[in-house]
Design a protein around this ligand. Sequence first.
Ligand SMILES: [Zn+2]
Length: 177
Amino acid sequence: MGGLTPSWPTAISPLTIATPSCARCHGLGVVRARSDLRAWHCVLRAVCRTCLAHYYVSQVMMAHAHAVAFERVRGPGGRPIIRVGNRHAEYSADFVLAARRALAGMPVEWRVFHLHFLQGHQWRRCVRIINRVLRLAVPLTEGTFFRAVYRAEVLIGSTILASRPYRLYPPAEYLSF
Ligand SMILES: [Zn+2]
């Protein structure tokens, strides 16, 4: 699918993960931006949520022995060595790093990601903590909290689609490396 930004995995159609009732893309998953087609927010949020769901699975799986993979890589002086890796631990770390990159310079969205997405706190608790820690001029409310959730999902989804060489979406592709 040439010309679709952020660059899109060829095996998946944005149509399949778009929100059918989306007022902006009407369920197509893309909008026209000058001469390009751009993956719309509903699709970017779906990418973020899919990766988040896989992050939760990875957190459980990383404890299991079968998650460990052996890889032959080049060590010091070019000598081949066997590297022991845990793909689930790597996925988890890469997901959090992608989010950190996506939300750099956005203290509210970063804390929303950390407290709500990673630690699973409900909005009330997140809002209380964020308002205490950040001392915002305009304190966060339920409405602005969920707008920050929306922004975080869009930005993380977009960053994930742009990441190289190992893309986190779709998770199966990442794990096949
Ligand atoms: Zn849409």
